[in-house]
Design a protein around this ligand. Sequence first.
Ligand code: HEM
Length: 466
Amino acid sequence: MRRHRPAIVEAAGDGWFEPCHPAPLGSTPSALWRVLEARQSMINVWSKMDYHARCVTARVLGRQITLVNSPDGVKHVMATNHRNFERKSPQMRRALEKLLGDGLFISDGETWKQRRPLVSDIVHKNRVPTFGRTFEEATVEMVARWKRKPAGEAFPMQKEMAELTAEIISRAVFGNTLGSVAAHDVIEGFSRYQDRVDTVNFGYFLGADEGLPIFQGFRIRRAVARVQGIIDKVINDHLEGHGQDNSMVDLLVKRQQKSPGLKLDVSALRNEAATIFMAGHETTAAVLTWVWYLLANAPWVETALHAQIADVCGDRMPTVADVPKLDWCRAVVEETMRLYPPVPFLSRQVAEADVVGGVPVDKASLVIVSPWLLHRSPDLWAEPNRFMPERFLGEQRPTPYSYIPFAAGPRICPGLAFGLTEATLCLAILAQTFKVRVAPGHVVEPANRLTLRPKGNLPVVIESRA
Ligand code: HEM
């Protein structure tokens, strides 16, 4: 069963860059080894063959797991027959249930059906311009903080980007009333939870279709209690009529007051607020962190991006109204999500036996759709491991169901427009003033737990462009 971890590959040449990724394994490992190794990082367990666009299946202790890696298979699971694959895997549900309860991310059936339009409405693309001011304000505050940093001092970019996107989502979800200490506690609580929670549920492989409850140590329970306490206070304040601030919590509370039939009690409101907070900050932070690593290693892309920011904005700061014209910034973000999709694996539990991509799948078995593998398939992409944002410029679009950083079908990320606009604008504002370089001597390596992040938080140094 012993097997070495794959080597991490990174290569560059004149005008091209192949950013870090695990070398595909030479032979196909056992499914059990993969499940055990996946606890460390799920991107490390794939062989060359797995990167090809096809559907394959294997068994772990009698439990069937099917990898769905062709656009047709993805379409079947996420769109055409999505009802049969609506349920998240027991590992995902069990890992997140203590924090998110029946929040949208892990709910299904009637709860999901009732809440999905509610959540979609409050994060809808039509509302993104109203959040634009928040994106701008939080990023400008970060510019001011970075300007005060001593020249040449290294700092962890992942933490900076997490702080930025958490600040943004915190203001969008809770309004400006949370206060910086409580906001910081919520951010810390989510981060602790993610670092400690186990994402592999052995109970499921040993026969429990629903998986088994995960043991929660004292620290996890304390983090959850603190986060929930803070959110409950914000909700109760809104229920009592304080905080008419058009925030997402405000809108949720108003919906409930207008339609009591929705039966959104404090715990349901809390679960949805916590879900949006979690789903909406960690993902965007991961994308922005990878963006800086990629730009630092592809100066020709950085030059094109700087030129476009100057062209569109001159000396004034980019605003949300500029985003449609900043197509290099958007293309860099899209290409970053191709190479490093923040949610690299989407797993579902099969409701009824079915056939996917020619493979029969059992009832209650697991189906894994993987943006990580799909986005790097040589059958679907030219030079799949190279950083080439120009793929996303102009009218060109990837083959349908081959590019799914936000998932696809009815469960597609409702925050797509929010996240894409936010990442594009934050990048434009920061890149107008700073260049970012990976700290000398640091070797970048990707690791995947709930999201895909660089190990060690990506230490960087910044240079002022002025
Ligand atoms: C670049 C940023 C983002 C990426 C890459 C991303 C990606 C995803 C993906 C892949 C899923 C589906 C997961 C699955 O089916 O297992 C998802 C779901 C979700 N996302 Fe995002 N997301 C991003 C930003 C956001 C933002 C900003 C918000 C809210 C403001 C948000 C809210 C949600 C919610 C509520 C769900 C659950 C939807 C459902 O199950 O019906 N996301 N996201």
